[in-house]
Design a protein. Structure first.
Length: 315
C-alpha cells in the first residue's frame, strides 16, 4: 500500500506512512507501562500509522518484512535492542530498493543501538521529534551465521553477563548489567579463542570477544569506543587472559573506553571475522541470547555495508 497523498494549497504532498512495532515485554515491562505516553508523544509530534504489538519471540521479524512488502515508508521499533534486532532482520529479508527506512523509540533494557543513533532512553518526546524530522543516514548491518544484527555480538564473559541480566527481576537497564557482572565474575573461567580477522589469525586465552557495529554494549560499556555504524567495518574487541582481580580493577574503564591501550586489550577492524572457542559459550546478538556458540561451529561474520537507511538524531 503506498503512502497516502494529500492536496495542500494546490500541491500534491505524499505523506510518509509509518508502522510502529511495539514490544510490550521490552524493558521487563517498562514499555508496557509507557504505552500511553509513547502514543501521546507520537501524536504530539504529528506521527500517525499502524501500531502493532509483538506477541512472541520472532514476531517483529515477520511484521517488519510484511510492512515492507506492503509499501510502508518507515518501520519503527518501540522497545530495546532485541526488538531492534528482530525488526532489522525482517527488513533485511527485502530487496534493498524496497527496504523501508528504520526508526527507533528506545525503551528497553540496554538501549545500546539507540545510543548509536543519538537517542536518550526514556525521552519519548525527543525520540518522537527525531522520527518526525526523519533525518536518515545509510548504516551498516552485520551478519553472523545467517542472522543479522544492528549493533554488536559478544562471546564469553559478555554473553554470560547478558544471560544473567536477562534473569534479573527487579533491576533494569545498566544496573541489571552491572549486578550481573559481579555475579558472573565469581565463577568465570576464561576460554581458548581463535580469532580470524580478514585472514589474520590470533590465538590465546580470552576473557571475552565482541564484534561491534556501534560503540556501546551491555547497557553502557564502550568496549569498542571508536566503532562507527557507517564505515563498512567491524570493530573487534578482544580482552585477553584477564584474571578476576584484574577484571574488578580494569572493567570499569570500559565504561568510558579508557581500557583501550591496556596490554591485554586488542582492537582490530575488519570486514570478515571468525570466532572459535574451545568450549560452547553463551553469546548475545544485539542482546538476544545464543547458547552453545563458538564451539564446535565457529561464529562467522559478514559485513553488509550501507544496507539500511536509519532515522537518528544526526548532527
Amino acid at each position: 500500500m503506498p503512502a497516502f497523498p494529500r492536496i495542500v494549497g494546490g500541491l500534491r504532498i505524499r505523506l510518509i506512512r509509518h508502522v510502529f512495532l511495539f514490544n510490550p515485554a521490552a524493558g521487563k515491562g517498562r514499555a508496557m507501562r509507557d504505552r500511553d505516553g509513547i502514543r501521546a508523544a507520537l501524536a504530539s509530534a504529528g506521527l500517525e500509522g499502524e501500531f502493532l504489538d509483538t506477541g512472541r519471540p520472532g514476531h517483529a521479524i515477520h511484521l517488519a518484512e510484511r510492512a515492507g512488502k506492503d509499501g510502508v515508508d518507515v518501520v519503527v521499533a518501540i522497545g530495546g535492542d532485541g526488538t531492534v534486532n528482530e525488526a532489522v532482520n525482517g527488513l533485511m529479508q527485502l530487496p534493498a530498493a524496497k527496504r523501508p527506512a528504520f526508526g527507533l523509540i528506545p525503551d528497553g533494557t540496554g538501549n545500546d543501538y539507540g545510543f548509536a543513533l543519538g537517542l536518550r532512553p526514556g525521552d519519548l518526546a525527543d525520540a518522537s521529534r527525531v522520527l518526525a524530522e526523519g533525518k536518515t543516514r545509510v548504516l551498516d548491518v552485520g551478519e553472523v551465521n545467517g542472522r543479522y544484527f544492528a549493533n554488536s555480538v559478544g562471546l564469553g564473559f559478555d554473553g554470560a553477563v547478558a544471560e544473567a541480566a536477562s534473569k534479573v527481576r527487579y533491576l533494569k537497564g545498566f544496573p541489571a548489567y552491572l549486578w550481573s557482572v559481579f555475579r558472573v565474575l565469581k565463577d568465570w573461567a576464561n576460554f581458548d579463542l581463535t580469532l580470524t580477522v580478514d585472514g589474520r589469525v590470533l590465538e590465546g586465552r580470552a576473557f571475552l570477544a565482541a564484534v561491534a557495529n556501534g560503540p556501546r554494549s551491555g547497557g553502557g560499556f564502550l568496549l569498542a569506543p571508536a566503532a562507527r555504524p557507517d564505515d563498512g567495518l567491524f570493530d573487534v574487541c578482544r580482552l585477553g587472559d584477564l584474571g578476576k582481580l584484574e577484571a574488578l580493577r580494569h572493567l570499569p574503564k570500559a565504561l568510558d573506553g579508557s581500557h583501550v591501550g591496556l596490554p591485554w586489550v586488542t582492537i582490530l577492524r575488519a570486514r570478515e571475522v571468525i570466532l572459535t572457542s574451545d568450549r560452547p559459550l553463551t553469546a548475545h546478538v544485539d542482546g538476544n541470547l545464543v547458547f552453545s556458540a563458538g564451539h564446535p561451529e565457529p561464529l562467522v561474520f559478514r559485513m553488509h555495508a550501507g544496507a539500511l537507511r536509519v532515522i537518528g538524531n544526526w548532527p
